[in-house]
Write a protein that binds this ligand. Structure first.
Ligand code: NDP
Length: 289
């Protein structure tokens, strides 16, 4: 039997449409247009594409988009000065600093400078702390999107065994916190985990956020489990000189064992921007009642 394909692209389109409807209602009620400021330092080609897409989707949802492009030679002080001005700008409800930053800039210092109420990436320690303690903060977009797909697929997650592979601050850890918040029994696996396949085989829910092409194999998966593939890996394609995207999950073989699985592309990826729009709206609503 073949696993159900979890269609993140279509779910994300629905979510973006719902956000756009709520943005219109919010504007009508308050006269305020939610605004997202995206800051890009340097010329990293992948980051440029992400920033362009974020700007386009922000406008499409009826929100204001402010793009700040700074040279790779920008000093940390200059970047912190921009963030300080965005923190006090009433037209800006969300601030996103595109990562990675150039090596000479301290990423932690920059993230810490963002007003937590405008931290739509959810990376500030205040928001990470709120998530860990069950408070109401802004939640990182990618794990939030994964949780939505899981609840849409499985309904109530309470009591399920979840294994998150990866412990980064932007995906693995917040994902584990969200699943714990839904009363899953959560295991976080990482590069030092012993016998990873047998740990993963316990899981009703597997979230792979590793960055290793097609690492998770079919014989790691409990039959019928739900598999969320966060990985985005570029590998050589059959055609010489071309590349293609694959996830952290060996999709073809895992599809024959899992109950449901996200494809790459078209699974988790589109959810990330949709959740960014949602977080921007949430931040604007929090500010203006
Ligand atoms: P990081 O590199 O920050 O973290 C990777 C994690 O995987 C680490 O915790 C690492 O363990 C663990 N790991 C590495 N190798 C192994 C292994 N052999 N076995 C078990 N665990 C291992 O990556 P991110 O969390 O930032 O991203 C993960 C993936 O998700 C990447 O492919 C990235 O491109 C993608 N991504 C996709 C997004 C989307 O929108 N769809 C958004 C963000 C990321 P340790 O801590 O021990 O080193």
């Amino acid at each position: 039997m073949s696993a159900r394909v979890i269609d993140g692209k279509s779910f994300a389109a629905g979510l973006r449409a719902r956000v756009a409807t709520e943005v219109a209602a919010f504007k009508a009620a308050t006269g305020v247009t939610p605004g997202l400021a995206v800051v890009l330092v340097g010329e990293d080609p992948a980051s440029q594409v992400y920033v362009r897409n974020k700007g386009r989707e922000t406008l499409a949802a009826g929100m204001a988009s402010f793009e700040h492009r700074m040279a790779a030679t920008t000093s940390q002080e200059q970047l912190l000065a921009l963030i300080a001005s965005l923190n006090t700008d009433d037209t800006v409800h969300g601030i996103l600093v595109q990562l990675p930053l150039p090596k000479h800039i301290d990423e932690a210092a920059v993230l810490a400078a963002i007003d937590p109420a405008k931290d739509v990436d959810g990376f500030h320690v205040v928001n990470a702390g709120l998530l860990a303690t069950g408070g109401q903060g802004l939640v990182p977009c990618t794990p939030l999107g994964c949780l939505m797909l899981l609840e849409d697929t499985l309904g109530d997650l309470s009591g399920l065994e979840a294994v998150v592979i990866g412990r980064s601050n932007i995906v693995g850890k917040p994902m584990a916190q969200l699943l714990l918040g839904k009363s899953c029994t959560v295991t976080i696996a990482h590069s030092r985990t012993r016998d990873l396949p047998s740990v993963v085989r316990r899981a009703d829910i597997v979230v792979a956020a590793v960055g290793r092409p097609e690492m998770v194999k079919a014989d790691w998966i409990k039959p019928g489990a739900t598999v969320i593939d966060v990985g985005i890996n570029r590998v050589p394609a059959d055609e010489p000189g071309k590349t293609r995207l694959v996830g952290d999950v060996a999709y073809g073989e895992v599809s024959r064992v899992a109950g449901a699985v996200t494809p790459v592309p078209g699974g988790v990826g589109p959810m990330t921007i949709a959740c960014l729009l949602l977080n921007t709206l949430t931040a604007a609503q929090a500010r203006h009642g």
